[in-house]
Ligand binder design. Sequence first.
Ligand code: MTE
Length: 323
Amino acid sequence: MTPIIRPDWWLPESAATDESIYRNRRDILKALGIGSLGAGLALSGGLPAGADTSDLYPVDRNPSYAATLNGRPMTSYEIATTYNNYYEFGTSKKVSANAQKLTTEPWPIEIGGLVNNPMMLDFEDLVRKMPLEERVYRLRCVEAWSMVVPWSGFPLRELVKMADPTSDAKYVRLTSFLRPDEARQQYRSRWPFPYVEGLELAEATNDLAFMVTGLYGEPLPKQNGAPMRLTVPWKYGFKHNKGITRIDFVAEKPTTFWMTAGPAEYGFFANVNPEVPHRRWSQATERDIGRRGQQMETQLYNGYAAQVASLYTGRDSGRDIFF
Ligand code: MTE
């Protein structure tokens, strides 16, 4: 018999202790005929976005990504949807009410730059073309808090394949919406909106890079980045831009929101490393917001080294790729 070799970030489903609770909640709501829209309303206090894609959820979990370590539980839906960073809607963690002002239907998405198949399509058309699955991932914010979330979505690689970049394309630039009438901070603040992030093409096609369209078996709530946000779990959370409207394939390293807003603090790569401190605080430990801020040790690449360390072979000696 061939032994099953698991990567070291793999943990059995049973380790995600509160998974049964959320599955039960969904089953009960389904049985009551309330469904995902009712669940979102009842439990988050906010409207889930993309009501006309709610028939797509829940999607099957890909069991390869059970993200807990040593029995670390998933962060509750309530916490994951009420403790957020979304500077377009304010700088506190309580942005969920403000974020409801964003109109997410329709949601045009443009895919362009150095590609053979440039396209402009609505989010709904895109998400219906993509193979959706659920993955439980850790999220580590540069502010030294973290959580564990069951995201639904599709591998970013699928979108790259569809766009078919030319050989000149070396990076992907992801741009979030610019709608100051709905996101008042875009008028008021001096931040360089729209929020822009970027990845090397090899990072974007890594198995872990995931385009998120749902959370906890429901369409993605607006405060978490509806209708579509990125998650690259080996990098700090600020790389995971929300409300993406444009994806460009480019030859030069994109200038990101944080490279402009705080060039002395945040670089392009932002790979999680407990040994490379932020200029004002240590990154050696993190507070699990799902467990009342319980302190835990931060892991290199947020625990995903087996998946991603090879991306950085030969250039991981300095600070560059970790900040
Ligand atoms: N995307 C946009 N457009 N604007 C933001 O301010 N904040 C980032 C990221 N994506 C941010 C964003 C930061 S700092 C983090 S930690 C994560 O979103 C938080 O995601 P969550 O609120 O779903 O936990």
